[in-house]
Design a protein around this ligand. Structure first.
Ligand code: HEM
Length: 69
């Protein structure tokens, strides 16, 4: 499989970004609901320390995907 997408096949870069984004979104939904359900502010901040960078990474991956396309 080529790195670049062709008219009939997605390339390795597009496929990798797609599945990484899917994984991160599942993790974001899980960590988002966990943060919402967590009482202590320290514990909540700990969960959001993963949640927020993941959310920003999704944004960067999406921008990168558009640029690569
Ligand atoms: C694709 C899905 C999601 C993305 C990209 C995302 C991204 C982000 C980002 C960038 C922040 C930091 C900005 C801020 O603090 O306002 C944030 C904060 C937060 N998110 Fe998410 N999030 C997602 C889903 C969820 C879900 C499903 C929940 C809960 C049900 C959730 C709960 C929270 C909470 C509680 C905060 C902290 C807000 C605060 O106290 O300032 N997130 N999220």
């Amino acid at each position: 499989m080529a790195a670049k997408s062709s008219p009939t096949h997605y390339g390795t870069v597009a496929v990798t970004i797609h599945w990484l984004s899917a994984l991160f979104i599942v993790m974001l939904i899980g960590s988002g609901f966990r943060a919402t359900d967590t009482e202590g502010s320290v514990a909540k901040a700990g969960i959001l320390q993963l949640h927020v960078p993941l959310g920003v990474t999704i944004l960067l991956l999406t921008a990168g995907r558009i640029g690569w396309w």
